[in-house]
Unconditional design. Sequence first.
Length: 366
Amino acid sequence: MTQAGGQQGPKVVLSGFFGRGNCGDEALLQAQYEWLSPRYDVVISVDERGAYEGFWDWYPYDRCRIVHQANLSVLAEQDVIGIHVGGGGLPHGFNAAQVVHAASLGKPAFLTGVDCQPLCSAAAAAALTRYLGLFEFISVRSAAAQQSMSMVASGCHHGADWALALPTDGPVPVPRAGTALVTLREFPADLLSRRYTEAVAELLAVLADRFDRVALLPFCPEDERFLDRLPSAARQQREIHWWNPRRMQREIAAADLVVSVGRLHPLVFAANVGTPAVFVEPLAADPRWPACAKARQLCTEHGWPYAEGAREVIAWLARSPATVMQPAGFAPGSRDRWEQMAEGLDRRLAAAVRARSDGSRLARAA
């Protein structure tokens, strides 16, 4: 974006768990980019260590400047007006270096579409309160997160997951194809047990009896590699589109059921297109792998089925299939909250642009 006279337009830095091929996070980035890019040039801040080779050719990285998260000087550039961190399940203090540097330069920071992990002590709460004070606007994606975040950040807004705005590839509606899609989240090899592999094999066999087609739907490159460790996965077709969330959402739109063992965003995509979906804890009986609090919170808020393990889903399919076969959707008001979150961010960025223009006029007058 270039203004009249060759002056560069305002730039916004977007920071998140980007560039790694996690389909949910790539969907969050796409939604943020599409909301902001008509008015701002976007700079994407990525932890380049561990990023997926060739990510810079994916959309929207191919249309943006990319910087490493250790690059602080980018915040000092005159046309950069602020930094946005989010969304998703980011840990507290994610990319704090760029956030703190922006604050030291008097540039606003925003934190939206995120969760709030439990705080372990009064000292942690005090530290987080001070850190969150650097953000001009905070919006979380669940009612439970708002309740927790409000204890350390006054005025916290109840927003939504950014991926509610993700479009679907191709024409809609998409006809159903008699397919069940299964996402299996990867986890460390030393936690892989006979109990888990047998439960997954049983789940896939039961689905094969009830659907014309069963396909595996890895949501990131780690999930894809994980499937090679499972004997039952070798017999299943795989849909490999983790770098392309719009295509992934189309696959989900064409399915009759999505079973996500450990990943949240397959349910968000399913709710976008009205496909029945269920979240399954992968290792509910193993204390070394904690239950997914963000998934439980969002399943509770939106009415999505939540199972403690694969065999619970198998029992539902046998005794009460309607439990998992209701079209997924969002709680009333979710899309309104998404718009409030996005417009709240936009309003504050517009104020930063005005402040920049006023400062430039004062400098010229002086």
